[in-house]
Design a protein around this ligand. Structure first.
Ligand code: GLV
Length: 323
């Protein structure tokens, strides 16, 4: 039987399914992430890896290029894997798309409402026993109805976010590498605009674009300067899309009104200044974290690797160039 390495925590039934086909070695990344040097020691001689956003870099791929055949990521994003290097060695990379679209779109709206309506502040205020008299003015927030939401990255999650935003009365703008066709634009009630125009018009700017060379630090000092003074930025994509030091400066200098972040440039490290700002809402990269969604993604990651290594099928293959 082929060896595979599981660098994440799977359910017992998922491990049983894998064990029908492979000898599995595992490391629970919920406890600690392995560095490349550690991974090289424990995950050598493996034809496959299942990981969950853990780093698979050039060095690991180069040293295992003669044995490694497949990497199955329990995530839709795959910026943790050096995809160019994997493709060079014809190592197949798989992801788990579609299943998480609703959960992430739900949290996007959740974060928008949390930051606009000061839900986290109100929660703390009540729980700390500070609510002694009518304190409404402390919690005056911002409306969604009639406001403009700009989505940067109009993939499946973007479309689900747009539909939800429509039902809250938001006008939706979007910017994407490729414009949607007219029918689809109509269906999701979203208007295509330039990047600059989206930033200057939107009260709520939601990031849903993948991280790559073009999008790293896409949102920086000059982007914040283009945004409305009363705007909020919501990052549901990848932390490195925002230059975090510039975000801190934009918030400190009231260039924008606030932020809601599910992802961070150096996660799990979070900038201390962001932690202390009352106009910032933070989540620990939990966009897809509903039980149903995460179990579905883990199931799919297991299926992807079995399908490829055992049955030579390649649904959800990301680097199709290897075929
Ligand atoms: C989560 O961040 C994912 O890419 O699935």
């Amino acid at each position: 039987m082929k060896n595979i390495f599981v660098h994440c925590s799977l359910l017992e039934n998922q491990k049983r399914f894998l064990k029908n086909h492979f000898v599995i070695k595992e490391h629970n990344a919920n406890k600690s992430n392995l560095s490349t040097s550690e991974l090289l020691k424990v995950a050598d001689k493996c034809e496959g890896i299942i990981c969950q956003g853990n780093l698979i870099d050039k060095r690991y791929l180069k040293e295992n290029k003669n044995i490694l055949k497949a990497i199955s990521n329990v995530a839709v994003g795959y910026d943790n894997i050096d995809i160019e290097e994997a493709t060079k060695y014809k190592i197949a990379v798989f992801n788990t798309p579609n299943l998480l679209d609703d959960a992430v779109a739900d949290l996007a709206l959740g974060l928008i409402i949390s930051v606009a309506r000061k839900i986290c502040l109100g929660n703390e205020y009540v729980k700390k026993g500070n609510w002694k008299k009518n304190s409404w003015p402390l919690f005056w927030g911002d409306d969604l109805n009639g406001e403009t939401l700009g989505i940067i990255g109009m993939g499946n999650i973007g479309k689900k976010t747009a539909s939800r935003a429509n039902s809250f009365g938001l006008n939706v703008l979007y910017h994407n590498r490729n414009r949607l066709d007219k029918d689809l634009e109509k269906k999701v009630s979203a208007s295509y605009v330039s990047f600059e125009s989206l930033l200057s018009q939107s009260k709520y700017v939601v990031l849903l674009t993948p991280l790559n060379k073009e999008t790293k630090h896409l949102i920086n000092k000059s982007s914040f300067a283009m945004m409305r003074k009363d705007a909020y930025i919501i990052n549901m994509a990848r932390g490195k899309i925002i230059k975090e030091a510039d975000l801190v400066l934009a918030l400190e200098n009231e260039i924008i009104a606030g932020a809601a972040l599910d992802v961070f440039e150096f996660e799990p490290k979070v900038n201390k200044k962001l932690m202390n700002m009352s106009n910032v809402v933070l989540m620990p990269h939990a966009g897809s974290a509903t039980a149903k969604t995460r179990i579905g993604m883990m199931d799919l990651a297991c299926k992807n690797i079995v399908n490829y290594l055992i049955y030579n099928k390649y649904d959800n293959l990301v680097n199709r160039e290897i075929l």
